[in-house]
Design a protein around this ligand. Structure first.
Ligand code: F6R
Length: 364
């Protein structure tokens, strides 16, 4: 049931604040001071290395999580796409915990990667949307993301719920490993609990993304740029756009553009810059200016203060609410999803059932 929406994808984008609230209530205790994990829990003090493996959108959630676990929990993280992971025959050292992220819990490559780690990793964890799935059943501990059934082939609410679950795990790890005191943890948890409200505000950019979509729909190629934890979001934006609008889109780390891909930039290529005001903002903006100096049409996604600091010459801007940089990757999923959705609608493609794609990929 599309609940009055034109597509399941639109419904699933809109319900993110609500499902996220449910996930937060599941993992944060009532007074907002502690993270509650299902039994037997995870002892993060015993972990030397975390290996994150997934496919597609779930892989981009892992890419964001790598920044979180490394920055706030000081835990070394290795990450790979499931279809490559086991062919590397990665040596597994003691103290390694493997974590698999999968909406369906049935993705063949992710399941095969999990089986490769059986008997090698100290523990196998999973972050899944379907608790009865193979990946959940074969894990020592399966953490549900509680997104509810996702029908649109392009993953939306599962992504933000995966990110939220991983953020909570990273906070738990930071506290357990002595890198975050009680007050700091409570502050971050309060920030997470405020996120559904901020997401509701951010969803007001929808009319803006709808306007911009008619312009983006004319492009043959679109580039997405981001730095730090926004780099995976650039990938997610490009993937969403490719899969439902069939426009060729690529993501680059902002600083990497000058090492080659900037040769692609001309007045026909929109460049979407995801730039929340975080510690890397100034650097991202200077990369954006390099693009503009070569005639690139920049669509800047930032907050009001960021737009002011970015100055003149930007082609278009999407103004986001202010957000703690730690949570920006979750909030900035919304413009990535909405731009792809409205561009696909403008092009008249089959949004919920894009060509050549299946919701659950059970072949390797
Ligand atoms: C993209 C998308 C896919 C899935 C990928 C993994 O919108 O939905 O990239 O993320 O096929 O699927 P799961 O999470 O079910 O393992």
């Amino acid at each position: 049931d599309k609940a009055g929406y034109k597509h399941f994808m639109a419904k699933e984008i809109a319900e993110q604040p609500t499902v996220l609230q449910g996930a937060l209530a599941h993992y944060i205790n009532a007074d907002g001071t502690a993270v509650t994990l299902p039994e037997p829990g995870i002892d993060f003090t015993q972990i030397e290395r975390l290996t994150l493996v997934a496919c597609g959108t779930a892989y981009y959630a892992c890419m964001v999580a790598k920044y979180w676990f490394e920055q706030i929990a000081r835990l070394p993280v290795e990450i790979d796409v499931a279809s490559e992971f086991r062919y590397r025959e990665p040596p597994v050292t003691p103290g390694t915990v493997a974590l698999f992220v999968s909406q369906s819990g049935e993705t063949a490559d992710t399941l095969a990667a999990l089986r490769y780690m059986e008997g090698k990793a100290d523990k196998i964890l999973s972050v899944v949307n379907v608790p009865e799935s193979s990946i959940a059943r074969e894990s020592d501990l399966a953490l549900p993301i509680l997104a509810g059934t996702e029908i649109g082939v392009a993953s939306t609410k599962a992504f933000t719920c995966q990110l939220t679950t991983l953020a909570i795990l990273a906070l738990k790890a930071a506290q357990a490993r002595g890198h975050m005191d009680e007050d700091a943890l409570a502050e971050k948890l309060a920030g997470l609990r405020a996120l559904p409200g901020i997401m509701n505000l951010a969803l007001q950019i929808e009319s803006r993304t709808d306007q911009l979509a008619t312009k983006l729909a004319e492009a043959r190629d679109i580039l997405f740029l981001g730095r730090g934890a926004m780099y995976p979001l650039a990938h997610e934006g490009a993937l969403k756009l490719k899969e439902i609008s069939y426009i060729h889109a690529e993501a680059y780390a902002s600083g990497e553009l000058k090492h080659g891909p900037i040769a692609l930039v001309d007045k026909h290529v929109p460049v979407i810059v995801m730039a929340p005001r975080d510690a890397l903002f100034d650097k991202t903006i200077s990369n954006m200016q390099e693009v503009m100096a070569r005639g690139g049409k920049v669509l800047l996604i930032t907050d009001a203060e960021g737009a002011k600091e970015a100055g003149e010459g930007v082609w278009e801007t999407i103004l986001m609410p202010e957000i703690d940089p730690f949570l920006a990757p979750i909030l900035y999923a919304l413009p990535a999803q909405l731009l792809a959705y409205h561009t696909a609608v403008a092009k008249g493609t089959d949004v919920d059932q894009p060509r050549n794609l299946a919701k659950s990929v059970t072949v390797e």
